[in-house]
Design a binder for this molecule. Structure first.
Ligand code: PFF
Length: 451
């Protein structure tokens, strides 16, 4: 087991791995994206399909992806090349790594713009946004921000800069430190929000919206959205979890850590929904209000609660940190490739990646102002990048990871790396899910949603 003796950097412990992987998983996807996607796709049935996807595909693929990283001990591109070589498979498998690197750059480009809006809200709260706020005021605030190229660019630049600065410090210094205190804090403030929502007039309606399953309202495209959301929120299908798997210390149960990460991530998303939909209904807002949903509802919630400025401030600060612990994992595959393969320094790699993602991100900045009516494949530039990355690239990456782990790798190798016995129930269920369920279901949903 040569890979256990590599001199590659490693996370300090199992806990740090869990924190880093959870840090990658929990982010804007849970708090910003999950609620508005649920709202746009009709509520309960969407949530149900999303949960099924997390359990049937998310956890097994997370196990597979972590395992590939752990065996490969390199960036996703070289890992796929090495493992394909070991299995005497087609060297073209390395393009799976390339697609992941590309998806990471695309996602980071728009992720940064949204995270930038969150930073802006910290400033607005400090300067009194929440005092006597009403719906019109909340809408004016976000509309004003969306119209300002200057402000959007400013905060987008700051966020990309922060991301690259942390990644520059390397795995142990940058990434581990950033995630250690964040998760518990975010969880606590989220609980405060949930309590507030529980006392609001819209609570019952919010809960009904999220948990009443009516399949009649579910289109093929919504099913694809739910699948894409499951991949996006778990950071699967693009090498982020693979790269963290490559830093995994020996002797850790991949099955257990994957289940823990998926559980924490799902819990945060569901709690965010429970916090937000009651506010939506209590204020007569449309659940399908789109990507601005949390920027309209959260300020209203904080404005109405005791010590709202304090909690609001804490929440937006934590959300920025949660976004950072995800954004670093979006770009780490690209950085480690460029460093390991091209021999660039981490610093140069980060500056280069920063310039590329920043430039691409400007398209998202323009999507809410000068390009608002410009159509890219029938939607805005941001909408197009989001659809392409989350609903196509990540699921395709996920299928290929499942196929590689299930069909290409030797069974004894996968069992050894997962540290579970080949003829046990756990291994056989995993194998069945990655060999059949994940590839078939993802392909069907993709085809159904696209055509
Ligand atoms: N999982 C992150 C979120 O929910 O915000 C986003 C993300 C991070 C997606 C890393 C993909 C990824 F590789």
């Amino acid at each position: 087991m040569a890979h256990h003796f590599s001199d590659r950097v490693q996370f300090k412990s199992r806990l740090t791995f869990i924190l880093a992987a959870t840090g990658s998983a929990v982010g804007l996807g849970n708090i910003w994206k999950f609620p508005y996607m649920t709202g746009e796709n009709g509520g309960g049935a969407f949530v149900f399909v999303y949960l099924v996807c997390v359990i049937m595909m998310g956890i097994p693929i997370m196990m597979a992806e972590t395992m590939l990283g752990k065996r490969g001990q390199k960036n996703p591109i070289s890992t796929m090349a090495t493992l394909a070589n070991q299995a005497r498979a087609n060297p073209a498998w390395k393009y799976l790594g390339w697609m992941g690197v590309l998806a990471g750059v695309i996602i980071l480009s728009y992720y940064s713009v949204i995270a930038g809006k969150t930073i802006h809200y910290i400033g607005r709260i400090l300067t009194g946004l929440l005092w006597d706020l009403d719906l019109a005021g909340a809408e004016a605030a976000i509309d004003g921000l969306n119209g300002s190229i200057f402000l959007l660019t400013l905060w987008h630049t700051l966020f990309i800069g922060l991301t690259m600065y942390i990644v520059m410090q390397g795995v142990n210094e940058g990434i581990e430190k950033a995630v250690e205190f964040l998760m518990p804090g975010l969880f606590l403030v989220l609980m405060v929000l949930v309590l507030y929502a529980a006392m609001s007039d819209g609570f019952q309606q919010g809960i009904d919206f999220m948990f009443t399953v009516d399949f009649g309202s579910l289109s093929a495209d919504s099913v694809l959205m739910a699948l894409g959301q499951a991949f996006f929120t778990l950071s699967l299908g693009m090498g982020a979890i693979m790269i963290y798997g490559s830093y995994l210390p020996p002797g850790v149960s991949i099955a257990k850590t994957s289940a823990i990460v998926a559980l924490c991530d799902t819990l945060v998303a569901i709690l965010a929904g429970i916090a937000i939909f009651p506010i939506v209904f209590a204020n007569g807002l449309e659940p399908a209000a789109g990507p601005d949903l949390i920027f309209k509802t959260l300020p209203l919630a904080f404005s109405g609660m005791f010590a709202g400025t304090l909690f609001g401030l804490m929440f937006f600060v934590l959300l920025v940190f949660a976004a950072l612990s995800s954004s670093i994992s979006l770009i780490e595959p690209a950085i480690s490739y460029v460093v390991e393969k091209w021999g660039l320094t981490r610093k140069t790699a980060c500056i280069g990646a920063g310039i590329i993602t920043w430039t691409l991100g400007m398209g998202t900045v323009f999507s809410t102002n000068i390009w608002i009516d410009k159509k890219f494949f029938g939607t805005t530039f941001f909408g197009f990048l989001d659809y392409l990355s989350a609903n196509i690239m990540l699921p395709v990456g996920g299928i290929l990871i499942a196929v590689f782990a299930g069909w290409i790798m030797r069974q004894s190798d996968t069992a050894e790396s997962l540290q579970i016995s080949e003829d046990g129930y756990l291994y056989r269920s995993w194998k069945f899910l990655v060999c059949y369920v994940a590839p078939i279901a993802v392909s069907l949903v993709l085809l159904g949603g696209l055509f």
